[in-house]
Design a binder for this molecule. Sequence first.
Ligand code: PLP
Length: 371
Amino acid sequence: MQKPQIKPRIPNFSSGPCAKRPGYDVSQLDLSSLGRSHRSALGKKILGACCAETARILGLPSNYRVAIVPASDTGAVEMTMWSMLGARGVDMLAWESFGSGWVTDVMKQLKLPNARKLEAGYGDIVDLSQVNFDNDVVFTWNGTTSGVRVPNGDWIPDDRKGLTICDATSAVFAMELPWEKLDVVTYSWQKVLGGEGAHGMLILGPRAVERLESYSPPWPMPKIFRMTSGGKLNESLFKGDTINTPSMLCAADYLDALQWCESVGGVKGTIARSQANLKVIEDFVAAHPWISFLAKDPETRSNTSVCLLLDLAEDKVKAMLKLLEAEGVAYDIGAYKDAPAGIRIWCGATVEKSDLEALMPWLAWGYAQVQ
Ligand SMILES: Cc1ncc(COP(=O)(O)O)c(C=O)c1O
């Protein structure tokens, strides 16, 4: 087989940190806040804008709040679980590594007595009709390590008693989210908009705030997780008054990413870009019998972290990935360490469709080389 002539212009297909937006230029960031206090008027204005612009561009309901919190998406999920769980039973849903990590937190660290696990293996999803919404429910919208997502929010009732706590880090800005059905949503800048790690975004609906103000868990709460003071929500946290010091460089980078999102048509535009990217892979898979989606049901197929199985032994997959990396055509596309051997290609909004189109012949070439 002939070596393809065209290489992806940007060969960055990692599932996080993800490719920077097209045209990204670090020297173009507004760095006026560097070297200044994050508590200065300027610092607060920039951090407040990160929250307010997020709410505006995502089209959040007016009674939803947005905060920047420490420790990336993990920080946002864990501060939520530590702050809100224990008031009622909890259903923990997992079908890949990150969801399983939250199960471990609840079972082994928080040791909640009324916790129920609903788990499925890589490629599958749990039976969503079995979820008990009298309980709180913790789940991942898009399982980044298996490329399996919930198909929609229809399975979540409007009159639920428990809270829905959704880790949507590889979904926000790439998938339609039914905000009113989600009481807590978390994500990190490093995913769909190609921002930086380290900071988490925490979106709270009114029912989550009500929980925070009416329930105080029996365990100690580190300062870094505290969202209330004297039983009242710390409202300033949701205006950019962060718990501790954030990176103002990362904040500037995030505002740049949000501006880019608007320039491509807002969240509708970023969703469309991601879906068009998935289509490139779907067409390739349909034409090649040796490659298939790990997600068994097309309804649950991720349009961001696209996980693929090859009919190759693990060592051959590794050899193929090495070849593609050496050719400078695909970086970081190996399956997650705990997932079945295969490849994972990020199709989020910052990846150019033309780069995926250029990558596909290289996959065929790499496969032929190692076979
Ligand atoms: C579904 C999911 N949850 C949590 C995380 C952890 O994110 P972070 O490293 O931003 O804390 C990731 C990272 O890939 C993820 O995909």
